[in-house]
Design a protein around this ligand. Structure first.
Ligand SMILES: [Zn+2]
Length: 264
């Protein structure tokens, strides 16, 4: 009688023990909201982007992703109250004036110490009308335009940062749409990838940012302008680039955010 009871107790304890670590691990995962709503151009790579981010969440085991794919989901998941439940927000190829319910609450959440990660046309979102939009201030640069898709060699500016340290000295892409920026100042961001010549007029030398990070109050901002094409999203180097950026922005891996010295 007692032995059967003891067996039952042992069984229950063993069962709870197998459950406990799993639920504790889930509770420890960071929570990200991925926004893919567009009010301007809509990239055909968005479904690929959503799939890649879900896969990175799963394979890293470090964070979960929730999606806001339309206005209704945006209204619910980006309310001031709902935002408090996330550790960070990703704008994956968003465009235009997104109808989020409380933009100031969103900016305040990030400023207060959360992560913001933007890919490609995230910088073509909340475009400035007259004065620089507060979202562009957060991001550190704004889409200005692009030429034809080209092959480029992106020069790694920070060999230690989690988003770029796997790339060596440079990251070559065979074909991608490369953005030019306005409302960008290299003294207000930390460049991670740049081009030293114009993407479409290679004889024109200069400083052309591709990816950067920065602090916004206590919040960490990671942006990469790469991510137009499906095959860029599917590329292992690109996935490591954005995963490193996500980990850094969530505070899971260290990395500098101070602007690099500007040569005389
Ligand atoms: Zn594009």
């Amino acid at each position: 009688m007692y032995s059967r009871l003891i067996l039952l107790l042992v069984g229950v304890l063993a069962f709870s023990a197998t459950l406990a670590p799993a639920s504790a691990a889930d509770g420890a995962k960071k929570k990200l909201l991925v926004v893919t709503v567009t009010k301007g151009f809509r990239h055909s790579s968005i479904p690929t982007a959503e799939g890649v981010l879900a896969k990175l969440a799963e394979s890293s085991g470090l964070f979960t992703v929730d999606f806001a794919r339309n206005d209704a989901e945006l209204t619910v998941k980006m309310s001031a109250a709902a935002l408090r439940g996330y550790d960070g927000i990703i704008f994956a190829n968003t465009t235009g004036q997104l109808p989020i319910p409380d933009k100031q609450a969103f900016l305040n959440e990030i400023r207060g110490g959360k992560a913001f990660i933007g890919m490609h046309s995230a910088s073509d979102t909340y475009n400035s009308r007259g004065e620089v939009d507060p979202f562009i201030e957060l991001l550190g640069g704004e889409f200005q335009g692009h030429g034809d898709q080209v092959g480029v060699e992106c020069l790694v500016q920070d060999r230690e940062h989690p988003s770029t340290r796997h790339l060596g000295e440079s990251y070559c892409l065979e074909r991608e749409e490369i953005y030019l920026f306005k409302n960008y100042d290299r003294r207000r961001v930390r460049d991670l990838l740049i081009l030293d010549k114009h993407p479409n007029r290679k004889s024109e030398q200069g400083h052309f940012p591709v990816s950067w990070c920065r602090l916004y109050g206590q919040g960490k901002i990671f942006y990469t302008s790469l991510g137009h094409r499906e095959d860029v999203w599917e590329n292992a180097n690109y996935q490591q680039h954005i995963l490193g950026g996500i980990k850094w922005a969530l505070g899971l891996e260290p990395g500098e955010a101070s602007p690099l010295p500007v040569p005389e």
